[in-house]
Design a protein around this ligand. Structure first.
Ligand SMILES: N[C@@H](CCC(=O)N[C@@H](CS)C(=O)NCC(=O)O)C(=O)O
Length: 206
């Protein structure tokens, strides 16, 4: 059975769990990371030298990097579906996954850490403002993208929507200004209608 290491409140673990539920995959999840520990054991760091979550083991395949895991699962279990068959659609989805990891989450993460995991008295207000502005710029890029198409890679839900929607959920859940962005809102509402998203991602931030 597919094994997944990672605590359920981690955005990166949520991407993988959400993908598994979309695919109807059974898995065995082991709590790991932060207060659960595990990641600092020699056994774990032999599979994931970063000592971060998530990590998966699927038979002979051992993988870390959440977006790569989502790609792997989508390709292995739903080629032509979650992983689009058409090359330009597939790499459109891949592009948004990389954008989530390199642009959107790096912009939003400091805000998440400051507002959810840092006491108010210890917050750096100027860093919070910068992160808020940079996150909003990223969400505006999404809003533009979604102007004339239902999902990030076109007409269908794909693996490309998974990392970005998990991040947008955090953006909407934070106590910050959320200017009206109708295309992102419509797409986010589509995500919120998916049972797997409700079960895995729509949980209180912690
Ligand atoms: N680029 C990696 C980042 C992994 C990562 O930063 N994971 C965080 C949780 S979201 C982590 O392991 N934090 C330390 C911990 O939980 O002990 C990925 O996408 O999988």
């Amino acid at each position: 059975m597919l094994k997944i290491w990672g605590r359920t409140n981690s955005i990166n673990v949520q991407k993988v769990l959400w993908c598994c539920h979309e695919l109807g995959l059974d898995y065995d999840r082991i709590d790991a990371g932060l207060h659960f520990g595990v990641t600092n054991t020699p056994e774990y760091s032999a599979i994931n030298p970063n000592r971060l979550v998530p990590t998966i083991e699927d038979g002979e395949v051992k993988l870390w990097e959440s977006n790569v895991i989502v790609r792997y699962l989508a390709h292995k279990y739903d080629a032509g579906g979650l992983c689009p068959a058409d090359l330009s659609t597939r790499f459109d989805a891949e592009r948004w996954m990389d954008w989530q990891a390199t642009v959107f989450w790096p912009a939003l993460r400091p805000l998440f850490i400051a507002l959810i995991r840092t006491r108010a008295a210890e917050r750096d207000d100027s860093a919070v403002s910068t992160a808020e502005a940079q996150s909003l710029s990223a969400v505006r890029i999404l809003d533009h993208r979604l102007e004339d198409q239902a999902f990030l890679a076109g007409r269908a839900f794909t693996m490309g929507d998974i990392p970005v929607a998990a991040t947008v959920h955090r953006w909407y859940s934070l106590d910050i200004d959320h200017p009206e962005l109708p295309n992102v809102r419509r797409w986010y509402d589509l995500m919120r209608g998916r049972p797997a998203f409700q079960r895995i991602v729509m949980t209180p931030l912690s």
